[in-house]
Design a protein. Structure first.
Length: 156
């Protein structure tokens, strides 16, 4: 028979072992993602050197698109708007670009592509070929900024 202290020691060592393995797995991944995010921010800053920035880079989530040619995979990253284009750079470095001249409208929606997440509101960019969805911190501010740029002005 095992004593209560033996079982307690086993459980404590098991939990510490699992935590150590988790740390060995996740710490390098988190460090790698932080480096990629910083690199994505630097790439955006470099890309915007000769453009007028309307909304500076901020955290956002790409939610997919109904328009052909856009990734179907949702991804976290940085989103920014200039007078020439809207750019989303994923944490893995992929850049999604929508020229202002391609934007036909902008709207907000609780549901996009049959998906609802935690009551968050989607920012929907409308183009001739379909829609592209994002989560951004302040949807109303983004809608106003996009409406002041290019073809999206005054459309809903």
């Amino acid at each position: 028979m095992h004593g209560a202290w033996t079982i307690t020691a086993f459980v404590v060592l098991l939990v510490l072992g699992i935590a150590a393995v988790q740390g060995l797995v996740w710490i390098p991944i988190i460090v790698w993602l932080r480096r990629k995010r910083r690199a994505a921010g630097a790439a955006l800053a470099t890309a915007f050197e000769s453009e007028t920035v309307v909304r500076p880079p901020e955290k956002g989530v790409y939610r997919g698109a109904t328009a052909p040619g856009y990734s179907v995979v949702n991804n976290n990253g940085l989103i920014a708007l200039t007078t020439r284009r809207l750019v989303f750079t994923t944490v893995t470095g992929k850049m999604i670009e929508i020229l202002s001249s391609e934007i036909t409208g902008v709207r907000e929606a609780k549901v996009f592509k049959a998906a609802v997440r935690g009551g968050r509101t989607h920012l929907i960019i409308q183009t001739r070929s379909g829609e592209i969805g994002f989560y951004v911190p302040n949807v109303a501010d983004w809608i106003n900024a996009i409406r002041t740029v290019g073809s999206g002005r005054g459309k809903s």
